[in-house]
Write a new protein. Sequence first.
Length: 178
Amino acid sequence: MPDPQPPLDEQIAIYQREYRDLDPQVEKVVNALSRLDRRMNVAYGRQLATLGLSNPEWEVLKELVMAGRPYQLWPGTIARRLGLTPAAMTHRIDRMVQDGLVTRERDEENRTRVIIGLTDEGREKWLQVMRRASVFEEELLQDLTKAERTLLGELLTRLLRRVEDAQPDAGGRLTDLD
């Protein structure tokens, strides 16, 4: 088991010792968000694994569900949304078709294109993940009042908007992971 990180306040104190111009409030927020994100990703990854899904597969299922009925998108659209190359997207879709999570069919409106569709099994997997994630997320926020949850959501959304406005091209990955 790896050595645990020092408590957040101790980490900030170390940073301040080494860099005196550091704003400890800013650093605490940013480092808390970073640690929370990392731990949540591990927890979500474990939940996905128990359902036989990988995070890359989950991302595709999520995009198809967000498209709405009939849960179909072109592979290029999914690739752009996820910040993937067409080759990485093809590889991902190949696995998902084989696992029965999605279909790959010719687009009836343009026979030179294919369209990716969510299968009933893929939608059921998405629902299973959402059920488990909802329980985890409720437990995560259990110590916050409804007003605190609302405020936290609004504050984080403001931060997210600022980053998205400043870095509009940073929604995907810097490199392909699969």
